[in-house]
Write a protein that binds this ligand. Structure first.
Ligand code: TA6
Length: 295
């Protein structure tokens, strides 16, 4: 069955063997099993910490958390009552519809509307529609943000990001192309320009790249994924290594050795969305396992 709706999650199964699992809590993709042209057998492509809560008690430590309406510590006056990375990853979303179900892919839409808890900390009117699409060797996520305010209301101001925990050997993975891109190094608390042809995360890395290329190769010996984005001008590269990872309560021992976060988003500055307007940010993650697309 291509789409199975269980009480707390949705299972997607592609006819050619790939699969994905989405928790309704946080609309967090917690598993994506896919093969590739060079390695057809489906294998897990996302990291989820063995100590992560999956019962809705806390945001998932891994998979693809949805970050909205703020990235990191809130900095906009409208976000003053929010916690780090906003509320989207910690709210129960509603399963809307199956958008597509054929040999090309299986796609579902989840929706989040302001509930009483959200309204107490975020007064702006919005509707979030999140579409997750599973293809043979790809996973796409598209976040649609609609300003549902009356015409007399003002714009909503937000940031958005897909916090991808890509399963990879952290001490061998490389992220390209970021050379020449300006970034804020949160570890050094300094603004820099990337000089490296390929970015590694062999040391504690927390870098927010601004106006980045929008298409990234994440590669390691024998493996890799490509991340292509729409309307997400920035990208974050994060790995805490033992230095910071060992202090994260829901990080399994040594978990920092098993992933790199490559997180496309709109996080430097804010989207300002007028009433009645909709903004969409999306990504397509393709398993390349080292073969890079020519397009
Ligand atoms: O995206 C990188 C980052 O902002 C890091 O600074 C680190 O805080 C990470 O997100 C995880 O944040 P979380 O709130 O999930 O512990």
């Amino acid at each position: 069955m291509p789409v199975e709706h269980l009480n707390d999650r949705i299972l997607l199964k592609h006819p050619k063997g790939s699969s994905a699992e989405i928790l309704l809590y946080g609309a967090s993709v917690i598993s994506w099993k896919s093969g590739s042209i060079s390695n057809p057998a489906p294998q897990e492509r996302l990291f989820v910490s063995g100590k992560s809560a999956l019962d809705g008690s806390k945001a998932v430590r891994g998979g693809i958390p949805v970050v909205f309406p703020c990235f990191g510590a809130p900095s906009h006056p409208d976000h003053a009552k929010l916690s780090q990375h906003g509320f989207a990853r910690s709210e129960k979303w509603n399963f809307g519809v199956v958008v597509m179900d054929n040999d090309a892919g299986v796609s579902v839409r989840l929706t989040l509307l302001p509930n009483e808890g959200i309204k107490e900390k975020f007064e702006q009117p919005f509707q979030l529609d999140y579409v997750v699409t599973l293809a043979e060797h790809q996973l796409s996520t598209d976040l649609h943000v609609k300003n549902t305010g009356l015409s007399t209301a003002g714009p909503i101001n937000f940031q958005a990001l897909f916090h991808n925990y890509i399963l990879a050997p952290a001490n061998e993975v490389l992220v390209t192309p970021l050379q020449g891109v300006s970034y804020h190094d949160k570890v050094a608390a300094a603004d820099k320009v990337e000089t490296r042809a390929a970015v590694d995360v062999r040391s504690f890395t927390d870098s927010v790249y601004e106006n980045a290329p929008g298409k990234y190769q994440v590669t390691w010996p024998g493996g890799g994924v490509e991340v292509r984005t729409q309307h997400l001008k920035d990208v974050v590269v994060w790995n805490p290594q033992k230095e910071a990872g060992s202090k994260i309560g829901d990080m399994e021992e040594g978990g920092w050795e098993k992933y790199v976060c490559v997180e496309p988003g709109y996080v430097r500055g804010f989207v300002s969305l007028a009433t009645g307007e909709t903004w969409t940010g999306g990504q397509v993650i393709t398993v390349t396992d080292g073969l890079t697309s020519k397009v």
